[in-house]
Design a protein around this ligand. Structure first.
Ligand SMILES: NC(=O)c1ccc[n+]([C@@H]2O[C@H](COP(=O)([O-])OP(=O)(O)OC[C@H]3O[C@@H](n4cnc5c(N)ncnc54)[C@H](OP(=O)(O)O)[C@@H]3O)[C@@H](O)[C@H]2O)c1
Length: 232
């Protein structure tokens, strides 16, 4: 399988890329800073995914090298934890640019490559958060941008169904990464206590569900966002 995962320098994206490389797949990744993975089947693009011309260039190079894509995982994301009254306009806009508009642009570019896949059904997977169902205070712009992603999942799944492309989401509780390192421990612990499985989610908990949602075993699942850890 040839898959693209955005945001592979750190955290969840890096763990996913390493998992799929170890499983024998080809992985195309990206981040603003240089690659953290060195593997013969890994290609890294250093770019800001909010820059549409750089994004198009990345997909052009995928077309030239592989001629197709079998799956896209829109993982790159940013957050800012602040009361909305003290969140400047440019911070909220940047969050939407990375978490929503860049996802929309990557999907648009990826569809052309996914259509060239020989797989019976190809997949786009987007990453969401418990901040959406739990409407977490201090995460207004972040949660709103991911709500937009969950709506994208529902609508895009219908618009791409005729092309044999499935679109799903995976909703994550707190995971220890760069994104969450500044969140005070008591806040994280409160969220973990709300999960049905009340221990902290790790990247090892995420790879299996991601593999399922982009693979053949889920070929009759589309338009869903699957939450890990029991989030109700
Ligand atoms: N950690 C959690 O608790 C948690 C919970 C729920 C959902 N999530 C979601 O999971 C996803 C991954 O988060 P993470 O925790 O793994 O965060 P992370 O460690 O901060 O990783 C984010 C990755 O995205 C890249 N990135 C950020 N902005 C980018 C841009 N404009 N262009 C290209 N690459 C960019 C970063 O690399 P560069 O800095 O080099 O660009 C990095 O590789 C995000 O969508 C996040 O919202 C995380």
């Amino acid at each position: 399988m040839i898959l693209m995962i955005t945001g592979t320098r750190t955290g969840i994206g890096r763990a996913l890329a390493e998992h799929f490389l170890a499983a024998g797949h080809d992985v195309v990744g990206c981040s603003r800073r240089p690659a953290a993975i060195d593997h013969p089947r890994y290609r890294h693009h250093q770019l800001d995914i909010t820059d549409i011309s750089q994004t198009k260039k990345m997909f052009r190079s995928v077309r030239q090298e592989y001629g197709r894509l079998d799956a896209l995982v829109n993982n790159a994301g940013v957050s800012s934890m602040n009361h909305f009254m003290t969140t400047p306009d440019e911070v909220s806009r940047r969050i939407f640019d990375v978490n929503f508009f860049a996802v929309l642009n990557c999907c648009r570019e990826a569809v052309k490559m996914l259509q060239k896949s020989s797989e019976k059904s190809t997949a786009i997977l987007n990453v969401s958060t418990v901040a959406v169902p739990w409407a977490i205070e201090g995460q207004l712009a972040y949660a709103a941008s991911k709500s937009a992603v969950e709506q994208l999942v529902r609508i895009m799944s219908k618009e791409l169904s005729a092309f044999g492309i499935r679109v799903n989401g995976i909703g994550l509780p707190p995971v220890h990464t760069v994104l969450t390192r500044t969140v005070p421990r008591p806040k994280i612990d409160n969220l973990i206590a709300r999960q049905t499985i009340s221990r902290q989610c790790t990247t090892a908990d995420i790879v299996g569900p991601v593999e399922f949602l982009i693979g053949r075993q889920s070929e009759f699942i589309t338009g869903e966002t699957l939450f890990l850890g029991g989030v109700h």
